[in-house]
Design a protein around this ligand. Sequence first.
Ligand code: NAD
Length: 478
Amino acid sequence: MAKMIISGEPAESTSGQWMEVRNPATGEVVDKAPKGTVEDVHRAVAAAQKALPEWSALPSARRGEVLHKAVHLIHEHENELAKLLTQEQGKPLREAVLELRRFAHTLEHYAGLAKNIRGGHIPQLDEGRYGLILKRPIGICGAIVPWNFPVSLMGNKLGPALLAGNAVIVKPASTTPLTDIRCVDLLCQAGVTPGALSIVTGPGATVGEEILRHPAIRKIGFTGETRTGKHVMEVAAQEIKRVTLELGGSDPMIVADDADLDQAVSAASVGRFFNCGQACLAIKRLYLFERIYDEFVQKLCDKAKRLNVGNGMEPDVRLGPLHTAGQRQEIEEQVADAVKRGGKVLIGGKRPEGVDYEKGFFYLPTLLADVPEDARIVQEECFGPALPIFKVKEWDEAIAKANRSIYGLGSSVWTRDQGRALWAAERIESGYTWINSAQIIYDELPFGGVKWSGLGKEHGSEALDYYMETKSVVVGSG
Ligand code: NAD
């Protein structure tokens, strides 16, 4: 049975209870993790308070070395970790490997920034006085992580938070705690001061809630649903905690009639079906210019039909199961609603048939046409392998429709006219726009949504600012 890690040591919960972690492809129990409690959060806070003076006093280059060492350990254990991730999450093994490499890259990126943490000096503020701008760690941070990319989304918080000298308490999703526990263990082995990094597993309603409420935890890095994010912000407000919120999305992709269609079709397929569509920045609405509509749709249907659906442990599988029964039910309801309102199923729209699919939460890649804008699948976040496709006449219409959403996470535009592409990027309301490029995240660029997609940034050197306090000092001649 897996254990939490508190004070650098394996720990069971004070509840004495366990949560089963099941494989979404087979229904089998992968392992059990402790069902943590409020007291377990208190233990992790006490350990962090003890460790913080030592960890935060280390030269940042030393903390960078610890992150570098963790990167080596992650690479060394890549196969074992990837298998565990596929078993608990459901994603194909090759996607699990990519996620682990992304996690390692993120840690390496922040390790590389270790010697670049900068404050400031303002000479001659006044006669005989100058100013200093100091950068200090915030203290103890909570990292609350969802199940869709449990490892890389944890890394987005750990990299900048640990480098900046904070202590961190991780709360993974209850359905995907196992790989996160192993990765936290490797970070501890790499030399994080015992107690400066803990992982407490358990329900959001108790363990998560206590992380939000505990006054000693001064910052919350949260990734999850917009509804939960609003709650996080409300509770954190009671203690004026810093928050970074990475929330839901409904990314539009616009393809103009001068685009490279084959490249754009590949990007649409990967963008919608990667991780079985369960990605915050998956392409969730596709806007095609009239002239290329038929050809594009035909090519995309052909490509999506070829995606091999099955257990992610099989090497040739490209589309694993949805993560839970509830997740699949939500997609089924969104597709049914679209069809009821006049939408047409081009491919998919149902579960695959056969003995191999009976125990898992499988759903076929699904493309929909003629879906009205008020359908649930357009208005809500669609967190599964279904994509509504729309015809547009020109750019203004495409941008207006792309912006008709409460979300503003990512977006992509495809055209050979670079001037027009930049014009569009300035007008689309989203935190990230890809031009003629698949929706891939880079550690070098700040990432975070606008509107209901979030608050603050992860990635980039910018993310460090979200894990540090800025303090001003005025120095007189005395
Ligand atoms: P969720 O909001 O249900 O859960 C996220 C985490 O919050 C889990 O660890 C959960 O246990 C915890 N939690 C739940 N209730 C809590 C509470 N009251 N207090 C504290 N913690 C609580 O989200 P999910 O279903 O796990 O993840 C999918 C969602 O995440 C989607 O909406 C997706 O778009 C979003 N997401 C966003 C990004 C981004 O970077 N913007 C990335 C990935 C996923």
